[in-house]
Write a protein that binds this ligand. Structure first.
Ligand code: NAD
Length: 171
């Protein structure tokens, strides 16, 4: 049994993340999705709550051929002990999948095998780019995410939320 950990904030989950998950599903028996910055929401960088992000990802995970867990992970103020924090919150895993330099560094220092999946059209499939498009009213972002993400964003008034949290009190 080989279990892989895929860490991300998924703000929002997009088709680049999905391409990586599909590849991971070919390589391991079970996938643990570590939902990072679970405490964060209602900001420009992190507009969606952990629960909303789970609702966005869940339908894609159900379509995979492997067992998946989604574990919300709070950030902690000490990077040096973050890997222990992650281990305490998740089922055992043998390999971590990430391209985030800090995540790669911390797991490598802890002696965990780290795989860096190829980036899938990063210039287009990027949470930052999608949040920018939503804010500017460019509807092209809707083609960059699975349908479940669109429907959660619509259900929670996510476009309005992102616009509101980007405003200052005199704007
Ligand atoms: P993210 O959602 O931005 O990205 C998730 C993963 O998907 C990354 O590996 C990224 O490289 C990859 N990805 C993005 N676009 C892609 C594309 N087009 N094709 C293929 N792959 C793509 O999440 P993130 O910021 O990397 O998440 C890391 C989490 O770990 C954060 O929540 C961070 O706060 C947390 N963290 C916390 C601590 C701490 O609490 N001390 C320390 C380190 C990391």
């Amino acid at each position: 049994m080989r279990r892989g950990l895929y860490i991300g904030r998924f703000q929002p989950y997009h088709l680049g993340h999905e391409a990586v998950l599909q590849k991971i599903a070919d390589e391991v028996d079970e996938i643990v999705v570590g939902l990072g910055s679970a405490q964060a929401s209602h900001t420009l960088e992190n507009p969606f709550t952990a629960g909303e992000r789970i609702s966005m990802i869940w339908p894609s995970l159900r379509g995979l051929d492997v067992t998946c867990y989604v574990i919300p992970l709070w950030d902690i103020a000490r990077n040096a002990v973050w890997v222990s924090h992650v281990r305490a919150m998740t089922p055992n895993f043998e390999v971590v999948y990430s391209n985030n330099p800090l995540v790669v560094q911390l797991f490598a220092e802890a002696g965990v095998e780290v795989m860096r999946p190829p980036l899938y059209r990063r210039e287009v499939y990027s949470g930052t780019a999608i949040r920018r498009m939503i804010l500017s009213g460019d509807e092209a972002w809707m083609r960059l995410v699975p349908f479940s993400v669109l429907s959660v964003i619509e259900e929670i008034g996510g476009i309005e939320r992102l616009k509101n949290v980007s405003r200052s009190d005199d704007s």
